[in-house]
Structure formats: C-alpha cells, structure tokens
Design a protein around this ligand. Structure first.
Ligand code: RUQ
Ligand code: CUA
Length: 644
C-alpha cells in the first residue's frame, strides 16, 4: 500500500477519520490505544481534514495561505540561527544540532560511556558517574534569567537512575551530576524562569517511602517526590512528597509555582489499574509556602536522606493544589506570556488550559481548583506536548494521529465559554508528521521570547522514510516552518535513538569558550595532585611513584609530540596518566590511547585530563594520539615499557 491510499479495513473507528498514511503501524497503534480503553470522547469528525502528506521531494507546491517561508537551507560555511539542544534518550547523552539545518554538531556524553572522549573512563567523569555507565535523558532545559536563557547551564535528567546533570555552556561538558533522593524515574525537570533558582525534578515512579523493604506489598503507601535543586550549587534543597506519580514538569515566569502532570490518581501498579479513573490532575506546587514550611521546620526526614521533605500527601494544602484534568495527562507547557499552563491529555483528545493567575484564589480556597481551567480544546488523539509561536498560537503534538495541531489560545478560551462549547473553532491546522510524534518544541518556545519561526516534531518512528538499515530504525525529527499562517514540513532529520525533547535557543545567547578555560572545577583536582607531587602541570614531564604504589605520569603534548618518548612501569602497577595539552590553538585536540590497555581519552587545547589503569604483562606498548592533529599526527606516539 502506498502512503496516499487508505485501506478501509484499517479505519479505526467509524466516526474517527485518521487522515494521511493509512499504514499498518499507525493504525495498529491507534487500535492498541482504543483497545486499552484509552481514549475518551474521541471525535475527530469536527476537525479540519489534514492535508495530504508531502512527497519526499521536491517540496509541495504552495497552497492557499502559503508564504515564502523561513529559509531552512544553510549553505556550506554558513552558520545556523539557533542552537538546538536535544536529549539522547537511552543513549544517555545530549546533542547539539544546528537549527534550521538540523546538522548534528556535537554529542555531549552525560550518563554514558563515550569512547571518543573517554567520558566514563577518565578520573573526573568516573567519579561523577559513580560506576554507572548508562542513563536515559529525556528533558534538556537551560538556565534562565528574566524569562529567557542566560546561556550558562544546560540541565538534563536521567530517568534510569534518578539523577540530574548539569552541562556548562562554557565548555559544553558536564560539570555536575547529583542523585535525586528517595526517587525513581526522575522524568520531568524545569528550572525556574525568573532567575537561576531551583531546578524542579519529578519522580515518575511511586515507591515505598522509605524504600528499604517496608510497605512493598501496599501500594497505597507509595509516594513520589517533587524535588527542588539549587541550580547554582546543584544541592538538593527540599522535596515535596505526594501520593501520585509525577510526569512532566513546568515552572511559571514569576517564580511562584512549579507544575507536574500527575497520572495514575488511582495509585495503581499495573497498566489496567493506572487507566481506571476518568480524571487525573495537574499538581501545582506553591513555592513560597514550601520554603516557609522548610524554614519553620514543618518537614519530615525520609530514611537516611538529610533533606527536608514536606509531606503533602492527601488533600489540597498550602503546598499542593490538584487541578482536575481529563485522564492521564502528559506534557505541561507554559505559554510565553506566562499566562497559561497547557496540560496535554494523552488519553483524552484535549488540552486543558490552566490560567495561572487564578491559582492564588484556588490556593486560598476562594474558587475550586477546576475553575482555573479556562479552555479544553479537542486537538486530536493522543496529545502529548505543546509549543508556542509567541503570536497567540499553540502547537500540540498528537501521537496517535501522527499530526501537529495548530490552535489559537484566545479562540479556545472563547469557545470554552460559548453555548455549544465549540465556537469559534480554535483548530487552525493539522499537519501530518512521520510518524507518531512525541515531543515538540519551537524556537525559543520555552521563553518569553518565543519567535514563531521553527517547530520540531520529534517522531518516535521513521519506518519507510529512510534507507533500510536493519531492524533498528532511527527516529525522525521533522523541521516545520511556522513563520507563516500555515505549518510547512521542510526537513526530515534522522537521529540515533532516542531523543525525547529539545529546546531551540537563539544563537546569540550561547557563547562557549573555544579554548579550554582552566578555571573549570575539574582543574582543582589536577592542580591538587600536581601540588602534592611538586609538579608544574603546564610544563613538567615526570614519572612520580607515590607512597601508595600508584605511578603518576605527568605528561604534556604539543603537536606532533608528547613530552615523553617513553616511560617505564611494572606489571600490575596502578598507572595514572595526567596529560596537559600545551597547544593553545583553536581546534587542536590531542588524546591518549594506550595499546591493549583500553585507555583512550581526549585532551582539548589548553586542557588537562587524566585516566587510571593497571599495567599489563611485561613488554612494549605504544601509546599514541588518536585525534588528527598535525601532518605528523600518525607519528605522535611513545612507548610504555612494562617490566616484571
Ligand atoms: S516524555 S513523549 Cu519523557 Cu518528555 Cu513526552
Ligand atoms: Cu596529537 Cu594527533
């Protein structure tokens, strides 16, 4: 079956027309969701028909309401307008793409072992990772000031081991990793936006609190943590314990609230149990009240963890307000004007629009929490996340329908108040994407400066869009031009599995250093070793046998030479290579690879890096520079001589 034909047998429901490619997988997924009783009140008939999917190339001819469009092609030698920060999912990394070219510029190893850079094996990274070599990054967000990015840090979660990492934008290298206490499945994160204050982290998996063997068979006693981490010091400040599992996270623009979508209000532990109730919640955390409780000691301790915990399980309190929304919400995104939190329905075809300035009255008990919901447009089957153009429109990713739905916020609010609840129709366009879009984000969408130029649909399946490369398919991140009245698909971007989310940041806000600054906290460690050994890191080439038997090799590099042509150690020695790159020139990295010893790491211009290993059996072992650095790069090597 070709993309543009539809097999009537594959219609999912008599009422609901799924436009676009009627392929087996799309229909299969839709059927699965329906079989799970997952969709409530789904009725697509009122929605505008989605345009036919565009041919692979050339781009479709202009249609009514089209526009000249933003220029997606970036010529050789030209720079992109935006930095795109992509999470890498189960690859454990973060990637930097240029937008709109979608060229992958850099991979930043975070929770993963990286052979190219030695991340996970160098002394510094090994210490940060604490022996874990995998991770699952979902959400990347940058530090803010005054409602927009301040260009200092990138924060990213690890769902697998409940951690939060910070990348310094100076070097685009991880500088901190912390554990989230009493948490599993750390999922949604978001920094505060008025300044670099807290970074909030949601635990998606409810667990016994304390999780030490007690309460295992009584899920009613399970709970989940909303954790406030200081974005400057990366210290956990406090936690709020709630009964529900916390999914995506958002913050307002004033510093008053943080948000968490909360599905599984049933408190179930199986899929069926988690989908029982028709209603779940958007949890709203009142930051000042939480801080006050912490200051007044109205907190508990959970297990051995030293951090104060506000026990907010049970009914609404000064700390947490539960705004009812249709079943199993997923994404929550705050509009660039700071007025609304958009809560995507996932198992409901709606987005609930929560008006943030009504929350104070709800916290004060003057209005019901549900009265904060001012619109609930029907956007399609399986809405997951919402992006913004700064012009009053929202773009919601629709997983089951494989479309992006563009809708107008003001119209949705008007329609909600109208007699039939539907007039005016807020839905402006539904654009086919390929396939099964998860996250979406737009240029500067998570800031007050959303500029309405580019939208990314992070599609979970690529299927037939690329050459067949075997059972593991890539993901497909599609670039959509939103600068005109209509969304236009302009580019397919294959990615290695599996980005979950991205943010698109105006290039003028990010200023990395091209030469390694030696002020980075990492250098304090090397400096302290050098001081103890009476070594000048930047000049000396010395072998130091420490009292504990460790052999420290301090070495320099300058293309195409190492400061040492050879060094000698004994079989079984613990050897630590501390290499300093004397080249102070842009793009002149060296590295250090030791034959047959699984030692390989990167040392950038003006950088120092180190790795520790055990010397093998007696013999000669060449070490060499793995980074092409000079015409005589292949000759850049020396001998490690191991004696018995
Ligand atoms: S999640 S597809 Cu991990 Cu951000 Cu929504
Ligand atoms: Cu240094 Cu190649």
């Amino acid at each position: 079956m070709t993309e543009n034909t539809r097999d009537p047998e594959h219609e999912v429901t008599p009422k609901c027309t799924i436009d676009g490619p009627g392929d087996d997988r799309r229909v299969f997924l839709a059927k699965m969701a329906l079989m799970g009783g997952a969709l409530v009140g789904a009725s697509c008939t009122s929605q505008p028909k989605a345009p036919a999917p565009p041919a692979a190339s050339p781009p479709p001819p202009p249609t009514k309401g089209s526009h000249r469009g933003a220029q997606a092609h970036v010529s050789p030698g030209q720079l992109d307008d935006y930095y795109g920060f992509w999470s890498g999912g189960q690859s454990g990394e973060v990637r930097i793409l240029g937008v709109p070219s979608m060229r992958e510029i850099k991979r930043i190893p975070v929770f993963n072992r990286c052979s190219a850079t030695g991340w996970g094996a160098t002394d510094f990274s090994k210490k940060l990772l604490g022996g874990k070599m995998s991770g699952d990054t979902h959400h990347v967000h940058l530090s803010y000031n005054g409602g927009t990015y301040d260009g200092r840090y990138v924060f990213v979660n690890d769902k697998a081991s409940a951690r939060l990492a910070r990348i310094s934008c100076e070097t685009m290298e991880v500088d901190r990793i912390i554990d989230e206490p009493n948490s599993q499945g750390t999922h949604g994160i978001l920094p505060q936006r008025h300044k670099t204050g807290y970074v909030f982290c949601n635990a998606e998996f409810r667990t016994p609190q304390v999780n030490d063997g007690r309460d295992m068979t009584d899920p009613s006693k399970y709970g989940a943590m909303h954790t406030a981490v200081d974005g400057e010091t990366m210290e956990v400040k406090w936690q709020v314990l709630v009964e529900g599992n916390l999914d995506l996270c958002a913050t307002d623009y004033q510093g008053n609230y943080s948000f968490a979508t909360c599905y599984n209000s049933e408190g179930g532990v199986t899929l069926e149990q988690m989908m029982g109730a028709d209603q779940d919640h958007l949890y709203v955390f009142h930051i000042k009240n939480c801080e006050k409780a912490v200051a007044e000691g109205k907190t508990i301790k959970v297990g051995d963890s030293p951090y104060p915990v506000i026990d907010a399980r049970g009914p609404d309190s000064p700390y947490v307000l539960r705004v009812p929304v249709p079943k199993s919400p997923h994404g929550v995104n705050v509009s660039p004007d700071g007025k609304y939190a958009m809560c995507a329905g996932k198992l409901s075809p709606t987005v609930s629009v929560v008006q943030i300035d009504k929350l104070a009255a709800a916290f004060a008990g003057k209005i019901k929490p549900r009265a904060c919901v001012v619109a609930e447009p029907e956007v399609g089957l399986g809405p997951l996340h919402t992006a913004f153009d700064g012009k009053g429109n929202a773009y919601t990713s629709i997983f089951i329908d494989s479309v992006m739905t563009k809708w107008n916020i003001a119209k949705a609010i008007k329609a909600f108040k109208s007699k039939d609840g539907k007039t005016p129709n807020p839905i402006l366009q539904r654009l086919d994407v390929h396939y099964q879009v998860g996250h979406t984000n737009a240029s500067m969408s998570e800031t007050k400066d959303a500029d309405g130029r580019w939208l990314i649909a992070l599609c979970k399946f690529a299927k037939d869009r690329y050459l067949n490369v075997g059972p593991l398919h890539n993901e497909n991140d599609q670039l959509i031009d939103i600068s005109g009245d209509e969304m236009k698909l302009v580019h397919d971007g294959p990615t290695f599995p599996e980005p979950h989310d991205c943010v698109i940041v105006a290039k003028d806000l990010i200023h990395p250093n091209k030469i390694q600054p030696r002020t980075d906290p990492r250098f304090a460690i090397y400096e302290s070793w050098a001081k103890a050994d009476g070594v000048n890191l930047k000049k000396d080439n010395k072998v130091i046998r420490r009292p504990d038997g460790t052999v420290r090799i301090y070495m320099t590099s300058q293309a195409p030479n190492y400061g040492m042509r050879d060094f000698t150690v004994k079989t079984g020695d613990t050897v630590q290579i501390i290499l300093t790159n004397q080249d102070n020139v842009e793009d002149l990295s060296h590295g250090f690879c030791v034959s047959l010893h699984d030692v390989n790491f990167l040392v950038n211009s003006n950088d120092t890096n180190s790795m520790t290993f055990t010397a093998g059996s007696p013999g000669v072992y060449w070490y060499y520079c793995p980074w092409f650095c000079h015409a005589l790069h292949l000759e850049m090597r020396g001998r490690m001589i191991i004696t018995s």
